[in-house]
Design a protein around this ligand. Structure first.
Ligand SMILES: NC(=O)c1ccc[n+]([C@@H]2O[C@H](COP(=O)([O-])OP(=O)(O)OC[C@H]3O[C@@H](n4cnc5c(N)ncnc54)[C@H](OP(=O)(O)O)[C@@H]3O)[C@@H](O)[C@H]2O)c1
Length: 243
């Protein structure tokens, strides 16, 4: 489905990003995988050796604009064109509104909004010649639903949704831009949730289970592929009906 295409995936070292890397590899994409932890990326590259694709890994702290700049200098040595960008890297730090300090707020916005904004600026310069150009942002159901203790995270993801809609208009018709809003996904990110909270989200899901990383990765694949070639400026909820 993605043969010959170059896909850049941020936050590829674990969770949703790692599963997306596996699914894209199965579908023939060449991969540019980004995260801070190089050891996990090395292991992932080893896992992907069975596929006849190119896998390049890059350690990069996306909160540092200079590191993003260096990242693209390295990527340009691998390929001149990028076809797909999955802006997946993200963090969550829960705290009640009255207890949230400006450092927490800045961290959240730096990783969840500024980083994908700057990275997409660099990436889209390399996407204009692609006939398959697709940018995908990973938002969250919290962006529209909100949540107790999630004012900073929800704000950063709502801003991401606004950015996605604006970019879709600016970059059309050459580059499609969409987002996915997952519900609660079984990754390291939800390790801080109590068993009670997990049970609550499970019971709210119309499927009576939490999402797997693959539930999200399959929709990312859909948005990256030609199956969605008439879709742009769309935010797809993948939350088991919670919202
Ligand atoms: N899990 C959920 O329930 C859920 C729900 C809704 C939305 N989401 C969104 O889905 C996306 C993926 O989440 P996940 O659950 O897969 O999380 P995860 O398992 O915690 O993985 C997060 C990924 O982001 C990378 N990352 C974090 N900060 C980074 C930085 N400064 N620079 C580079 N990479 C960074 C991490 O790699 P390193 O640590 O190696 O850098 C890791 O690969 C996030 O945007 C998240 O907000 C998740």
């Amino acid at each position: 489905m993605l043969q010959q295409r170059y896909a850049l995936i941020t936050g590829a070292s674990k969770g949703i990003g790692k599963q997306t890397a596996h699914l894209f590899a199965k579908n023939g994409a060449n991969l540019l995988l980004v995260a801070r932890d190089i050891d996990t990326l090395v292991s992932l590259r080893d896992e992907l050796q069975e596929f006849s694709i190119n896998v390049d890994i890059f350690s990069c702290d996306l909160t540092d604009e200079n590191e993003i700049k260096s990242l693209f200098i390295k990527i340009k040595k691998v390929t001149k064109v990028i076809d797909i960008v999955v802006n997946n890297a993200g963090i969550i730090k829960s705290s009640m509104f009255s207890m949230t300090n400006s450092d927490t707020l800045k961290d959240m916005f730096q990783t969840n909004l500024y980083a994908p904004y700057i990275l997409t600026q660099y990436a889209t310069r390399m996407m204009r010649k692609s006939p398959y150009a697709s940018v995908i942002f990973i938002s969250s159901m919290m962006a529209t639903k909100g949540g107790i203790g999630h004012s900073a995270y929800a704000s950063s993801k709502s801003a991401l949704d606004g950015m996605m809609k604006s970019l879709a208009k600016e970059l059309a018709p050459t580059i499609r831009v969409n987002a996915i809003a997952p519900g609660v996904v079984q990754t390291d990110m939800i390790k801080t949730l109590s068993e009670d909270e997990k049970e609550e989200y499970t019971s709210k899901s119309l499927f009576k289970r939490l999402a797997t990383p693959n539930d999200i990765a399959t929709v990312i694949l859909f948005l990256a592929s030609d199956m969605s070639k008439y879709i742009t400026a769309e935010l797809i909820n993948v939350d088991g009906g919670i919202c």
